[in-house]
Design a protein around this ligand. Structure first.
Ligand code: HEM
Length: 458
């Protein structure tokens, strides 16, 4: 496609201004708050707000950021009404892995590419994905052992990777799936690399090499998919066009798909893990969710029935609040501005914090408590502010896979709870690591107790 001119161009050497005028702690240069933030990001956020207010300076991994706390800042930055915040420049540390992806584009260029991608998320297409998912989930769940402890977190990661190869890529050959998934895992691992340069033998170096290998695989697939088509996501991206008939170049397809895989995988896996953690601890809630699913009858959930899974949906929403997959995000300031009386010169890196906002007691009372009824119409805690609950971001870059992810979550939960009651020992209650993606540090040991012996796929 012809890429439209951008008003926010990527700026290679965007100069970082001195941010000494923004309140913040005295810290060791470079190290700054790296350790405290790495070990306890939410605690660090609330502590710094108490000491410095809702705009504070923080150095992490050698980068100094202006943290804009609270829901008003989310609204201001996400909606970007003055067109001064750049995602591409704010997230440039990840460019070696994800350049060309939708979140790594700005303004008109971003809008043009997003319009094309939208074609792969239309309702009839989503309906087909659900059919693909349902079949594959049934097959994959057949391999899960029952009556003995399993670690749910690695098991669901493995399942969603294999599901992804099938539904996202239309790849079923076991060796090819294994190779692609191994490269994908190396690419994701690089997102938490301490050394951001892709040097040989570093996490980032391996991640960038994995991206190159995946790109070659995707390029090979494009030619055949453009002619034969298919219901999988990759085939849909190959033929995607906006309303004016613009599609993408092969390189665009490769870049978008590369980012999409990562955007889609970890967040959904994390959300399912958090839901199982909650249901395993609260058998009464688990029974209610199961009853809601059972009311739809036997077999996989159908597209037209998804809206009836109201409690399941609230459990999902609460999981995203309690363990936000993207707790923090970044933007770069492209023109001098100010926020709440603090100057933000061009080049400032700003961080906004949807995760901590969702753990703010003034908005969500008793925030540590897992309580799906926060979202019932009579309580509606999420309605206290337009950005009180924003695990999917907002504005132009709001998650395009929001609906897709909810379909995937409900498709899995329906089949999982139809087959199993989940039990967990009190001593197995995990600690959670909050970033980069929330994960129970003990892998979440649970036992699956079969509900119906005949629930296996024929
Ligand atoms: C629980 C599931 C998910 C969560 C919590 C989530 C969260 C997010 C967030 C917070 C953003 C915006 C980031 C920012 O503004 O800095 C985003 C963007 C995005 N997400 Fe998701 N995501 C999820 C699932 C998915 C899935 C399943 C897909 C694809 C199938 C997807 C594709 C994308 C894409 C392409 C973007 C970039 C959008 C743009 O820049 O216009 N996400 N997601």
């Amino acid at each position: 496609m012809t890429v439209l001119a951008t008003t926010i161009a990527p700026i290679a050497g965007l100069e970082r201004p001195y941010l000494g005028h923004i309140p913040g702690p005295r810290t060791i240069p470079f190290l700054g708050k790296t350790i405290s933030f790495g070990l306890n990001p939410y605690g660090t956020y609330f502590d710094q707000i108490t000491r410095f207010g809702d705009v504070f300076r923080m150095t992490v991994f050698g980068e100094t950021w202006a943290v804009l706390a609270g829901p008003d800042a989310l609204e201001h930055v996400y909606l970007n009404r003055e067109n001064i915040f750049s995602a591409q420049n704010g997230l440039r540390a990840f460019a070696p892995l994800f350049s060309g992806g939708l979140l790594h584009r700005d303004d008109l260029d971003h809008r043009a590419h997003r319009r094309v991608m939208q074609a792969a998320f239309r309702a009839p297409v989503l309906r087909n994905y659900l059919d693909l998912m349902n079949g594959e989930i049934a097959r994959l769940l057949d391999d899960w052992p029952t009556g003995t402890k399993i670690k749910f977190a690695p098991s669901i990661k493995e399942l969603t990777l294999r599901l992804g190869a099938h539904v996202f890529m239309g790849v079923t050959d076991a060796a090819e799936v294994a190779r692609i998934n191994a490269a994908f895992i190396r690419e994701v691992a690089a997102t938490s690399a301490l050394i951001r340069k892709p040097l040989p033998l570093t996490k980032m170096g391996r991640g960038v090499a994995a991206r190159a290998a995946l790109s070659n695989d995707f390029k090979r697939l494009i030619a055949s998919r453009k002619t034969t088509g298919g219901d999988d996501f990759f085939s849909q991206l190959c033929i995607a066009q906006d309303e004016d008939g613009h599609g993408w170049s092969d390189q665009d397809i490769v870049d978008h798909f590369n980012f999409l895989l990562v955007a889609a995988h970890d967040a959904v896996t994390g959300a399912l893990t958090a839901m199982i953690w909650a249901l395993a601890q609260d058998q009464a809630m688990q029974d209610r969710v199961y009853a809601e699913i059972a009311r739809l009858g036997d077999g996989p959930v159908q597209y037209d029935d998804l809206d009836q899974l109201d409690l399941t949906d609230r459990v999902y929403r609460e999981a995203l609040r309690r363990f936000a997959p993207s707790a923090f995000t970044a933007r770069a300031v492209m023109a001098d501005t100010e926020w709440h009386g603090h100057r933000l010169p061009r080049g400032t890196n700003v961080v906004i914090c949807p995760g901590p906002v969702m753990m703010t007691p003034e908005i969500f009372p008793d925030p540590d408590r897992f309580d799906p009824d926060r979202f019932t119409p009579d309580r509606a805690e999420d309605r206290k502010h337009r950005f009180a609950w924003s695990p999917f971001g907002g504005g132009a870059h709001k998650c395009i896979g929001l609906h897709f992810s909810s379909i995937q979550v409900k498709a899995f939960m329906a089949q999982f709870l139809q087959r199993y009651r989940i039990e967990m020992d009190v001593q197995d209650l995990p600690k959670w690591r909050d970033i980069p993606t929330p994960i129970p540090t003990n892998g979440l040991p649970v036992t699956l107790c079969p509900r119906q012996p005949a629930s296996k796929t024929p």
